[in-house]
Design a protein around this ligand. Structure first.
Ligand code: TRP
Ligand code: SF4
Length: 400
């Protein structure tokens, strides 16, 4: 139960583009082979900013799942679900809100940033302030320890860690905790028990993180302990009580900055995207009309690839030899810009063809998509319910 578990969510922004593919989805495709993965559509998070536009959220959710599947996210490997279909997230959000200091929320840097950035909307709402807490609930309810996100989301993962720590500190203490922990250590057997004690001391007295890792590894390979004892011993390592919620860590996406058509980061708000389901004609047109080195006015003017957004796309799509051809041809005016763009057009079309083929098939088969989502939601709900049982009990809400 304490094995690595990956969880990530995406707000339903509609059809995805190559920026999402290179920046996020390719990473997910990799992770789904390496870890237990849960990927979900954060539709409630979309409502925190777009509460006045609920209908588009519904359609965007569906289109986004189609894009995930088309890109190769495999529902037999990863669990795909929709946040609002697992209402336990809302219960955990509510319960966590009881112990979340207002100041923590107000200090999350994205709070003020986003309010300023999205100044056309009124974001002085309760829901928007709670955005990171809802995200914390998303993560903690699955006891996910690895959360693949971009740089911008790191403060949210930090926040989730602090919430988990505070929760365990407040609610992880049970009567007779110390004695129970000692009894659980005995159950490890004398050799392991001694090692556990040593590692715990080394961590607590010298702050040796390696010792903490080793002790956790030792517990992870222990099989004869009950769930309760296991939680106690994980918690006891750090001196607290039971570890009811797991502290997650950000799994930084290797920053594949996908350049857009204008050389800025590809983003819908810059209007410089190529959608995964962009019509091939349109793909060609968009790349053909891309700006190039502004100093290269005539075909006979030499250019500088470093001042050209097309060159950035070559970095993504071309091998060494082809890049050499570009650099040489551009700086000597040996090739024209149209000629230079053609291999990029070909590469993008080739990349998109199988994705578009799968997207077409899925669009024509709504039942399959519906079933995949229903299955995923059910699996997610089962996991979420397990955690909620422990949370309710710890907070004095178990049914009599
Ligand atoms: N806030 C994230 C984003 O904007 C989306 C998100 C919601 C998320 N809940 C999450 C990401 C939980 C990771 C884990 O991208
Ligand atoms: Fe850009 Fe290629 Fe034209 Fe050089 S030849 S300016 S790299 S498009």
């Amino acid at each position: 139960m304490y094995a690595d578990r990956v969880l990530s969510g995406m707000r339903p922004t509609g059809s995805l583009h190559l920026g999402h593919y290179h920046g996020v989805l390719k990473n997910w495709l990799q992770l789904q082979h390496e870890y237990e993965c849960l990927f979900f559509v954060a539709d409630w998070h979309a409502l925190t900013t777009h509460y006045d536009d609920p209908l588009s959220i519904e359609d965007n959710t569906r289109q986004m799942v189609i894009d995930w599947l088309a890109a190769g996210v495999d529902p037999s490997k990863a669990t795909l679900f929709i946040q609002s279909q697992v209402i336990e997230h809302a219960e955990l959000h509510l319960l966590l809100s009881m112990m979340t200091p207002l100041g923590w929320l107000e200090r999350v840097p994205t709070y003020k940033d986003q309010q300023e950035k999205l100044s056309d909307r009124d974001l002085s709402t309760y829901g928007f302030l709670g955005y990171p807490l809802l995200q914390a609930a998303d993560i903690l309810i699955y006891r996910a320890n690895k959360v693949p996100v971009g740089e911008d989301q790191v403060p949210h993962i930090e926040f989730a860690r602090e919430i988990a720590r505070r929760f365990n500190h407040l609610y992880g203490k049970e009567p007779g905790y110390e004695d129970k922990a000692q009894a659980a250590i005995k159950k490890l057997g004398s050799k392991k028990a001694k090692l556990y004690e040593e590692l715990r001391t080394r961590y607590q007295e010298q702050g040796d993180d390696g010792a903490l890792d080793s002790a956790r590894a030792l517990l992870a390979e222990t099989q004869n302990l009950s769930l309760g004892d296991m939680e106690r011993l994980y918690g006891y390592l750090e001196g607290g009580g039971k570890m009811i919620l797991t502290e997650p860590e950000a799994l930084l996406t290797p920053s594949a900055r996908m350049p857009g058509l204008d050389g800025q980061k590809m983003s819908k708000s810059y209007n410089n995207t190529i959608a995964l389901r962009e019509d091939p004609q349109m793909v060609s047109k968009k790349i053909r009309t891309m700006p190039t080195d502004p100093a290269r006015i005539r075909r006979t003017d030499p250019g500088d690839p470093d001042k050209c957004p097309v060159w950035q796309l070559h970095q993504v799509y071309s091998g060494e030899e082809q890049k050499q051809w570009v650099r040489q041809g551009c700086t000597t005016a040996g090739i024209g810009c149209i000629e230079c763009k053609q291999p990029v057009i070909d590469a993008v079309l080739q990349e998109l063809a199988p994705i578009q083929e799968r997207a077409r098939a899925l669009t024509e088969d709504p039942d399959t998509v519906r079933n995949i989502i229903a299955d995923g939601c059910e699996k997610a709900r089962d996991l979420a319910r397990e955690t909620m049982r422990d949370v309710r009990e710890a907070m004095g809400l178990s049914q009599l």
